[in-house]
Structures are given as C-alpha cells and as structure tokens.
Design a protein around this ligand. Structure first.
Ligand code: ADP
Ligand code: ZN
Ligand code: ZN
Length: 732
C-alpha cells in the first residue's frame, strides 16, 4: 500500500501530497513519522492507495505511526479538503486546525500517574514476620491495605513514607502500575436545577427543528426568552437517538454558569474546548471526544472541528458574534464549517441570537434559513427600559464628567437598594491618549502609527497594537510643559471615578488587562456575583451571555464608539451591543433599566434599539446596504500588503493593483469599487501597510476570487506579507 502524506511543515513548497510505502498498522488519519530529505519529520496520512506514479526506487517508507489510533476522522479529512478549496488554506494549516496544537511534536501526552494495587490475598501474619520489628509505618500500611484496593502512590508515600511503601512493593503486597489521569477543566459546581417545563413557544421551537428535514434554522429569540432550554431539549432528543451534539458559544460566554447548566443536565457526557484550557486539559478533553466518551461538545469556534462522530445537531449560539470569524491565517468562517458538517451528517444547524447578523436574517428572509422566533421573555417579563441620554445636552448644561445626571442618580438608587450595576465601555486603560496642552504633542508608538493608551495603574503608556510599553508623560518631551491632557475615557478611569463617587462600594473591572490569567475571568464574575451592592465595569466581554439576577442597571458610557469605526457594519454592531448589554439587566424578579450615553442621540440606531425593534432596524439597514451595494449585496475584499521597507510595500501593492485593473477590464460589471491606498493604520510593528479595497458582485464573483487568490499566492516573497480578507470586520 502507498500512503499519501502531508508533511507537517508550514512551507508553501512542501504543501502537497508525498507518497510513501505504508506500514501494516497505518490507516488514513494517522499522524506519521517519515524520512524527508535528510530529516525525519511528522506528517499526516490523508489517504491510502494501491499504486504510486513514482518509481519504486524513489519511494521511501513511513517510519512509524505516532499515535495508536488515527487522530483524524474521515469526515474531518474531507472537511480539510473543503477548507483548502474554499479559503485557499495551505493543506497543512487546514489539518492543523483539527487536532490540539501541542499534540504535534509530542509536546503533550497523557498524564500518567503511579498507582498501587494491594495483592488480592494478603497474609498479614506471614508478611508481618518479614517486616522490621517496631516499624510503625510498615505495619500501619499493611493494615491499611489489608482489604485490597487501589491507591495513588503519592498519597501512600505521604501517609506512610516512601520507604515503607517500597518495602511492601518488594514483598509483593502492593503492585505498581501506571494509569491515565484526566485533567478536567474547571467549571462551577454542578447546581442541580429543577427541570423546567417548556413554554409553548419553546416547544414550538424544539419541534420546528426536530420534526422537519435537516436544514439551517435561525432561532431569533429576545434576550431571556429561554433559548438555552430549547438547545437542551433538542440535544436531549438527539442523544436519545445515539447521536452527538456540538454547541458553540463565543469564547467569553464560556462562563461556569453556562457550563454548570449543561453539566447539571448531561453530566460527564459534556466535553469543553476553549482557549482558556491548559494544553493538558485541552488534549484530554479532545481525547475524550475522539474516543467517544463525551457526546456533547461545548466550545468556542475551534470546537467546530471537534472529532465527534454521528452528529445529530450543531448549534451556534450568539451567532452574530464576530469571534466566529477567523480573519488571520488560517482564515475560516465557523458558519461555513458548521454548515458543511451539518450537511455531511445530515443534521440540523441552529443559529441562535437576540440580534441576528444582518447576513443571517437576510438569508432567513430569502428562505435559505428557516426562521424560528421567541418573541417574549420567559414569564412575559418586560425587557428593561432603555433611556438614551444626550451627552451634548449634558455638556451644555455644565456636566463635563463621564456620567450623565441620569446615570449617576440611578446608580445611586440601585447601590442604596443593595443591587448591582454593570457599566460598559469599550476601551481598556485609563485614557485613549496623552497630549501636551501647550504644543499639541501626542505620545505615539515608535513602531506603529497609533497613539499610546495611558494605563494609570502602572503609570505606563501602552501600544494596543504591538503591546510595547513606554513611561507615562509627566512633562512634554517637545516643549517640557507639564500640562498634559487625557484622551477619551477607558475602563480604569471609570473605576477610579466610581471609587470617588461611591467610597466603599466594591467595583470590579473586567477587560483584557485584568483577565490575562487563565481563570481570572471566572474569578471576577464569581466575586461580582456574590457581592451586593457592587458595580462591574468592563469592555465587550461583559456584554455576553452572563446571567446575574441582581443586576438592575446597565450603563453604556460611550455608545458612539462603535459607530465611528470605519466599517460598514458599525451601525449593526452598535445595535447588537446595546441590545446585548441591555439583556444583562433585570433578568430575574427585579426590573432592569438601561442608560445609553451618546453624543449623536438622533442617529436611527438609538431609536430602534430603545424600542427593541430589530425588524425595523433590519429593514432600514438592509435597504441602505442594498442601495450602497455593501454586503450581503456585494463582497468587500481587501488585500493588505505589509513590509519593513515602505517602498517595497508600496511598489508591490501598485504592481498588484495593475494586474487587478486588467482583471477588472475583463469583468467590468463585477467591480463596484477598486482602489489602492495606504492602510488607515499605515504602520504596525514597524511594517508599512498598504491595501487594495474592492467591492465585487455578480455571477463572476467566484472566478474573480480564485484569480485574486492565485495572484496573491504567487506573489508572496520573504519580505512582504500579503493577506486577502473577505468582508473583514476590521478595516484598520
Ligand atoms: P436566553 O438565552 O434566551 O437569553 P436563557 O436561556 O438564559 O435566555 O433563559 C432565561 C431564564 O429563563 C433562565 O434563567 C432560564 O432558566 C429561565 N427559563 C428558561 N425556560 C424557562 C421555562 N420554560 N420556564 C421557566 N423558566 C425558564
Ligand atoms: Zn508640548
Ligand atoms: Zn506599537
């Protein structure tokens, strides 16, 4: 037999299939060790075949298989082919997505521990004669184990001393063996919830999925409408048929609460995959799935590659979340991959959200997706009232602080009542920049064309693009003035001002700076959950999925921030953000309130958000997109070129641009827009960035994309990086 092997090296030149003589135990999907040139390298066996086109003398043999089972399922091997085609990934990059990274190169293995098993028949008298007289530990251990059993060696050593343990091993009373120990990820204690009877709307949703031909459903359910319970019931019924399930959630919603609910219902059948796990935990969870011990996988986007077989349902919760799109290599869109697997397994795919992406809702309107609605909250609980506050008006009436009068007085009320509040601001640090009042100097990163963010806790200026740190300004390096102005407010400043306004009231902060450590994120949420009254200040990450019953007030400090990004989706994002943060308020018995502060209160997004009018917002926005020909009515494509030498990057981008102009002549009606220019952030980490922006539409879109990918693939040199982005969520 001949094995087709992809070498596990990320070089374009070797990114193809190499033939080797197979060895007996080899199956498609095994990782293998093969001779390659003068080296020995790891690779993936993607297929077996009878003959090779190569001469016998040119073929070498696989040295050995690396694992005692094929790590890649047949389905996933096929999926990798789909991804290589669709996203123009390197074969090896597509394969690497399918296994825990540390498995490669043998950097992670099963955790083995020494255990001791007591002999079945222990003759205490015979053995006792052989022990040293008066050796308390030896006799103690002997009676400890006399009824048999299995013990951790470490524990016996601890209790009786290593010497005594060794003595009894030598006498054959204890037998040493090694065993696999599973590293189980942390999750909240299992809180057994009383099982809930579904509302009729929930029942209808469950039936709509289970009683129809497998297809894609868009579950559009307002926050608090009980989508989780719908998922649980569908998964239950899928498991009853002996099938498996994948539930994807945004990275940040993987709170112990969510996991707790699923563990409570499904117990040990659940496996968890997300980036917060240690390499060992990740590997063990992955193995449990691969070996069929876990039949439900809950995880962030990469869990869409989980090695489950016979899938009965795939669910993407909060489907609008931008984390489902991987925009850096290897690029992929979770919805596409999930859709492919759902087709392969002939099972339904469910996209759930209170604020579906415009793309998904558009597809539902076209009939591509089946729309299921949960229009009211459980128990008909009202959605929290949203108040839009005009910050220009506040300023005119003399309030230049970061809190409006309304937000401040409501904060005071809720704190006095012993409740909790969440304040959202999408900027970490203390202030967005430091500027000299005299000469206008702004502190900038030496390696990137961006201003530095002031972090007050460390008295440092930090670059949020390359993480470089600088000392905070005490005086201006140009004119020496000590009059320094702070830019727009960040999380740290909100915390500081709360401390001054409400001394003694606990304030927690959750942003990228406070959640570096593995379990920090869970720690903050847990502490906040237990402290009343208290305030949680945070970025994006507090907006998602959390269920704190005592949160009665949610404030959005600066709602316009996401509106002014150079991105066609910024309005959509702002709508989603307001509704999602609003969804954190008043989830239990208490009613919630939401205060949204803005400098542009007349913008239509606020009117629709305040009324929770998703459909109204959708109509308005989709019409705009149609008129201006933005996605989903056209593809927005960007090619970014970056390099250390400014001229090289510029020359190359214009070279590319000329070729593309020729392509444009061939398909004149397909290009709505096509320009080359410096990228909005012209330099990052000392690399100069240029871009070609295009909008492409029509039937030839597919051919054009292939042409663009070809162009870029052939043009890459060692000094320049070139990326193609499709509908990127960030146009920096
Ligand atoms: P969503 O995900 O739609 O925002 P959740 O699934 O978190 O909403 O549900 C909101 C709350 O309602 C949860 O506390 C949940 O336990 C509760 N809930 C869900 N379904 C029911 C039901 N049928 N009866 C009573 N309470 C329910
Ligand atoms: Zn100055
Ligand atoms: Zn920088």
């Amino acid at each position: 037999m001949i094995a087709e092997v992809i070498i596990d090296v990320a070089h374009s030149e070797v990114d193809r299939i190499f033939d080797y003589y197979a060895i007996l135990e080899l199956r498609a999907g095994h990782r293998v060790l093969v001779p390659f040139g003068r080296q020995t390298l790891e690779g993936f066996c993607v297929a077996l075949k009878d003959t090779s086109e190569l001469e016998d003398s040119q073929l070498k043999s696989v040295i050995r298989v690396l694992d005692d089972y094929p790590v890649l399922l047949k389905e996933l091997l096929e999926l990798s082919g789909f991804m290589t085609d669709k996203y123009r990934l390197k074969k090896v990059d597509a394969l690497r997505l399918l296994i825990p990274a540390q498995m490669r190169g043998g950097r992670v293995k099963e955790l083995r521990v020494n255990k001791l098993k007591a002999a079945d028949i222990l003759d205490k008298i015979v053995l006792g004669d052989k022990l040293r007289k008066g050796a308390k530990n030896q006799f103690g251990l002997l009676s400890f184990i006399q009824n048999g059993g299995v013990y951790l060696q470490a524990e016996l050593n601890n209790q009786f001393g290593a010497q005594a343990v060794q003595k009894l091993v030598d006498l054959g009373a204890l037998n040493r063996f090694t065993d696999v120990k599973k590293r189980t990820p942390a999750s909240a204690e299992i809180t057994e919830k009383p099982r809930i009877a579904l509302t009729s709307a929930q029942k209808k949703a469950v039936n709509a999925v289970l009683q129809s031909q497998p297809k894609t459903h868009l579950l559009f359910g307002v926050t608090g409408s009980g989508k989780t319970e719908v998922y649980i019931n569908i998964i239950k019924s899928v498991l009853k048929e002996g099938k498996t399930a994948i539930l994807l959630v945004p990275e940040i919603s993987l709170t112990p609460q969510v996991l707790g609910v699923f563990r409570a219902v499904f117990g040990g059948q659940t496996a968890i995959l997300h980036s917060g796990l240690s390499a060992g935990e990740r590997f063990d969870e992955w193995r449990r799935i691969r070996q069929g011990e876990a039949s439900i996988v809950i995880g962030a986007r990469s869990a869409v590659f989980a090695p489950v077989e016979n899938i009965g349902v795939i669910i993407i919760d909060e489907e609008h979340d931008s984390s489902y799109k991987s925009e850096t290599n290897p690029r992929f869109y979770t919805h596409d991959v999930a859709g492919w697997r759902a087709k392969f397994n002939n099972c339904p795919l469910i996209l759930g959200s209170a604020t579906p992406s415009l793309d998904s809702f558009y597809k539902a309107r076209l009939g591509e997706y089946n729309l299921i609605e949960l229009a009211v909250r459980i128990n008909d609980k009202e959605l929290p009232k949203v108040e839009i506050v005009d910050m220009m008006q506040e300023m005119r009436s003399g309030n230049t602080g970061i809190f409006s009068g309304s937000l401040l007085s409501q904060l005071e009320n809720e704190i006095n009542a012993g409740n909790q509040a969440m304040l959202f601001i999408n900027r970490r640090g203390f202030a967005s920049f430091m500027q000299c009042r005299e000469c206008g100097y702004i502190a900038k990163c030496t390696d990137c064309d961006v201003s530095l963010v002031y972090h007050r806790e460390e008295e440092a200026l930090k670059c949020h693009f390359c993480n470089k740190r600088f000392k905070a300004l005490t005086n201006c390096p140009v004119c020496n003035s000590t009059s320094i102005r702070h830019g727009a407010t960040g999380t740290q400043r909100v915390v500081k001002e709360l401390g001054e306004l409400f001394p003694g009231v606990p304030v927690f902060r959750m942003d990228n700076d406070t959640t570096r450590d593995k379990n920090a994120h869970l720690g903050i949420l847990e502490k906040f959950g237990k402290t009343k009254p208290s305030v949680l200040v945070g970025t994006q990450m507090i907006a998602k999925g959390h269920d704190f019953p005592c949160v009665t007030l949610v404030g959005v400090i600066d709602a316009d921030m996401s509106l002014h990004f150079a991105d066609y989706r910024s309005t959509e994002r702002t709508y989603q953000l307001i509704i999602q943060v609003a969804g954190r308020a008043g989830r239990a018995a208490l009613t919630g309130k939401v205060v949204v502060q803005t400098y542009t209160p007349k913008h239509y997004v606020y009117r629709f958000a305040a009324n929770y009018d998703y459909k109204g917002f959708y109509e308005k926005e989709i019409n705009l997109r149609e008129v201006t020909k933005f996605p989903p009515f056209a593809k927005l494509v960007r090619i970014v070129v970056s390099g250390e030498k400014e001229d090289d990057s510029r020359n190359y981008v214009f070279e590319l641009f000329n070729t593309i102009k020729a392509l444009k002549l061939k398909y004149p009606n397909s290009f709505l827009f096509c320009e080359a220019m410096r990228a909005p952030i012209g330099r990052v980490q000392n690399r100069h960035r240029f871009q070609i922006l295009m909008r492409i539409t029509g039937n030839d879109e597919g051919v054009i994309m292939q042409n663009l990918y070809n162009l870029v693939d052939t043009g890459v040199t060692a000094n320049l990086q070139v990326f193609v982005e499709v509908n990127p969520s960030n146009l920096n």
